[in-house]
Ligand binder design. Sequence first.
Ligand SMILES: Nc1ncnc2c1ncn2[C@@H]1O[C@H](COP(=O)(O)OP(=O)(O)OP(=O)(O)O)[C@@H](O)[C@H]1O
Ligand SMILES: [Mg+2]
Length: 332
Amino acid sequence: MAGLDVGTSYIVLAKDNNGNIEYKDFRDAFYIIKPSSPVATKMIEKGLSGKVFIKDNDGSFILLGKDAIEKAIERNDTAKRPMYRGVVSAKEKDAKRVLAFILQEVVGQSSEPGQKLVYCVPAQPVDQEDEDFDIGYHEDVIKTILQEVGYDARSINEAEALCYAELDTNDYTGIGISCGAGMTNICVMLNGEPTVVFSTTKSGDWVDRMSAVATGEPDSVIQAEKEAGGFKIGEPNDSPILAAVSAYYERLIDYTTKQLSSALTGHKMLPKFKDPLTIVIAGGTSQANGYIEQFTKKLSDNNFPLAIKEIRHANDPLHAVAKGCLIASQIL
Ligand SMILES: Nc1ncnc2c1ncn2[C@@H]1O[C@H](COP(=O)(O)OP(=O)(O)OP(=O)(O)O)[C@@H](O)[C@H]1O
Ligand SMILES: [Mg+2]
């Protein structure tokens, strides 16, 4: 049994080892190096020893994971991503093939045929036209990739998985919000039943992109600075990059809480909760200093329609979704 969080920025595998959950994180990125001569091929291959890469039919090397990001930066370039906004990228021609390499590298061959594996998929976004965005193809592509290495793979919604991991002490009732790179995913759960699920297509990557536009720096530089911390959302900052990041974080949270309020206000499937709700927040983007505070404030400013008991951060924000997928695989 295993749980797999297939994310735009990170792939996370969760496995149970005698009651302890073990995680494996892998950056969802690749970088292609095309050698200019047979000598260069040999040299490059030597330099790549110990790194995760594949040798392509045309003689080029495809580096995978964090090594791809490091190598790209070393060459004043940017690594590519097989996923965009939560699903397999339509913009990269190598996306499907590379994602297969990455996922199969992370999960390995199933130790016995038909081993259960639950992976997560995002919900349909509320801020895109249905004709422009569909998760169906993504879901099928991932399933096929995992079946090829012997798994009985089943999908669940990303924020639903988060609820399974974090709402065990709340009778599995509340709201889970996963703030990733490409998307924010939301699930309203009542006694273990997902009642409303949806997503928005703004999150960490959007903060990087907008801050890059504002400062003239590449997205990769913004992302690295942002992840190193050194700023608090809602407070001024002397660094131009961090000031932009902080400002766009405020806008992101304002946007997300507005979307959340308007999506749930008057929603036909929304249960009549008898008690105030717990909201649990996870994902890499929620790790910025002040995120939960700012979210709490904006949710009330933007007229969230339900009574709230508490808004808390997941215990392990980067692994909570994978943990929820593992829990689901143990129940199925
Ligand atoms: N300490 C940090 N502070 C701010 N942002 C961070 C931090 N660590 C990671 N991030 C951001 O979190 C995002 C990655 O989070 P996560 O791994 O939850 O996303 P994902 O699951 O890969 O994406 P998605 O769910 O959208 O497909 C990236 O945008 C990354 O820059
Ligand atoms: Mg995610």
